[in-house]
Design a protein around this ligand. Structure first.
Ligand code: ATP
Length: 235
């Protein structure tokens, strides 16, 4: 469970996130939607305890800055953060050791296969393509078997087959009870898999909805009704 209460983040005079409340439940895919600059990444980074902010954030009941919380959540940033001269396998080993993950080798082989990276296992990060770096970044978040997963614009740089594989993986994790929070401005990509949606604009949550509550309108139509047609290019 990811719980965010009264999150406010300012950059100088700009309120990038303004009194945001949200909850991503176990076994559900929660999406945070909004046009460019709405405050999605700032919200996700705050949850990942990477920014200073006002408000309260809990992950599986633990304060997000605590070691207990950090053991439980995986974070897939918008731009992968990797070490140029570590190989793919060394990255996985480094994270697995840091998190004291036992018997990770088998899981590493499975993820290498899933992400089509088996033949790149001994390549350095600087030798990978953009999409391959993104996949390695996902592997690093997943190798710790997180109970909560924070994903910021997951599909950037991935080819269509990898997008399908990633979506299937998110659904599988959800079925295993993981709380998944995905930030994106590309509604089409998550349209098949979301359970709860929060629509954000100018730092505020302007609409919350559940898939089960949607009647005639599509998520995209609700989105445009909230943020205006001038953001049409966003979806
Ligand atoms: N480090 C920073 N310093 C100052 N302002 C920032 C910083 N990071 C973000 N902002 C501002 O905060 C606001 C929200 O940005 P944020 O990156 O959270 O939006 P976003 O919804 O993730 O957008 P996108 O879809 O373009 O990634 C924007 O106005 C942005 O210019």
């Amino acid at each position: 469970m990811i719980e965010v209460r009264h999150l406010t983040k300012t950059y100088g005079k700009l309120k990038a996130v303004d009194d945001v409340n949200l909850c991503a439940k176990p076994g559900e895919i929660t999406v945070l939607l909004g046009p460019n600059g709405a405050g999605k990444s700032t919200t996700i980074k705050s949850i990942a305890a990477l920014l200073k902010y006002e408000g309260e954030i809990k992950i599986c009941g633990h304060d997000n800055h605590s070691v207990a919380a950090k053991k439980l959540f995986g974070y897939i940033p918008e731009a992968p953060v990797l070490y140029d001269i570590l190989t793919v396998a060394e990255h996985v080993r480094f994270i697995a050791n840091a998190y004291r993950v036992e018997h990770y080798e088998e899981k590493m082989v499975q993820y290498l296969e899933l992400f089509d990276l088996s033949d790149k296992k001994d390549k350095m990060a600087k030798e990978l393509s953009k999409g391959m770096k993104q996949k390695l970044s996902m592997m690093l978040a997943l190798i710790i078997s997180p109970q909560a997963l924070l994903v910021d614009e997951p599909m950037v740089g991935l080819d269509p087959a990898s997008i399908e594989d990633t979506l299937r993986l998110f659904v599988k994790l959800k079925e295993q009870g993981v709380s998944i929070l995905i930030s994106t401005h590309i509604i089409d990509v998550i349209d098949e898999i979301w359970d709860d949606a929060y629509i954000m604009d100018h730092g505020k949550i302007v609409q919350t909805l559940k898939r089960t509550e949607l009647k005639e309108q599509s998520l995209k139509e609700v989105f445009f009704a909230c943020v205006g047609e001038h953001h049409e290019s966003a979806a």
